[in-house]
Design a binder for this molecule. Structure first.
Ligand code: BDR
Ligand code: CA
Length: 316
């Protein structure tokens, strides 16, 4: 059975990624790493703890990771993040505080240990900045040859960015870390805005969760309705909220939900395009063997699987 680690800045769509991973019988969620992004690292980690408990999985450990990017010593949440996810990261919905705390071990040490232990059975799904993964590669470069697959939510290749015309939020937080990850020998699939902005949810679906009459169903419905309302203001043309992070989990489990192109990638680290994910022109003639970019998604199949899995989980 595959082992999965999520690296999250929890975050409303990160909360959906947790639910999707827990609902997937083909994988064991062995740990959640915490990152900064939608909220500060400790806030996101607390959300992960609270959500795991809400979903009946208090056994999944949560590890604290980087508090800021690899090139700064400080992080402040962007106003747009608070607008989309709420100041508390979960749409201002109050969650029952978890009975337990984060682990003493750091997220980076946990990842390195798990990579050695599970090797190619380990699936890593980062849905926040890539600071933790880049730090782990620095600390132990061997993990690039051990980890089974990295399926990350981030970047944009065929569509514009969401924080600047050319950058997506997760990559934009730490372009240097992202560049290190993309240029490494890790087997990697980029699940970026190219596909995640085609995977949409509306209140028609959250209403179904609410009608289950369970605490998990109604809490998740309230949380996601906040996100849908925010999308209706910031991106009314989409007609729903983007299921960025759960799509990355889904692709990790079922790669054929998306079509991909193999491409040697890089991330610009300098102005004017810092944070842009793009083909590495220095390797344009080299065969691309281990980095793939998702460019199309079977929206109908993904939404059906997403609803089937989450509905069953919220019913339990
Ligand atoms: C990504 O940025 C975060 O705000 C979301 O949780 C998602 O991971 C989308 O650009
Ligand atoms: Ca995220």
């Amino acid at each position: 059975k595959y082992k999965m680690i999520l690296d999250l800045d929890t975050g409303i769509d990160d909360a959906l990624a947790i639910a999707y991973a827990l609902a997937a019988p083909e994988v064991d969620l062995i740990g959640v790493m915490g990152s900064y992004g939608n909220v500060l690292t400790p806030v996101g980690a607390q959300n992960s703890l609270d959500l795991l408990e809400l979903l009946g999985h208090p056994e999944v450990p949560v590890f604290l990771g980087a508090q800021h990017s690899s090139t700064t010593d400080h992080f402040e949440v962007m106003p747009v993040s608070a607008q989309i996810h709420g100041v508390n990261g979960v749409g201002e919905v109050e969650l029952e505080p978890a009975q337990r705390k984060t682990e003493d071990q750091s997220a980076v040490d946990f990842l390195i240990e798990a990579a050695h232990k599970y090797q190619h059975d380990l699936l890593l799904v980062p849905t926040g900045p890539l600071t933790n993964l880049a730090a782990a590669l620095d600390q132990d470069p061997e993990i690039a040859n051990l980890i089974g697959h990295v399926t990350l939510m981030g970047g944009a290749l065929t569509v514009p960015g969401n924080v600047t015309p050319v950058t997506e939020a997760n990559i934009n937080q730490d372009p240097v870390a992202a560049d290190k990850v993309f240029r490494s020998s890790l087997p990697l699939t980029m699940v970026g805005l190219d596909v995640t902005t085609r995977a949409l949810l509306t209140t028609a679906e959250t209403q179904q969760w609410r009608e289950l009459g369970t605490t998990a169903g109604s809490k998740y419905a309230d949380i996601v309705d906040y996100y849908i309302d925010a999308y209706n203001v910031t991106s009314p043309h989409l007609g729903g909220c983007a299921l960025h992070d759960p799509l990355a989990v889904a692709v990790a489990l079922e790669p054929d939900l998306v079509s991909t192109i193999f491409l040697n990638m890089k991330v610009d680290t300098q102005a004017p395009f810092a944070g842009r994910t793009i083909g590495n022109e220095a390797k344009i003639n080299d065969p691309a063997t281990h980095t793939e970019v998702a460019v199309n998604v079977d929206q109908t199949r993904f939404l059906a699987e997403f609803m089937d899995k989450l509905t069953k989980l919220f019913q339990a």
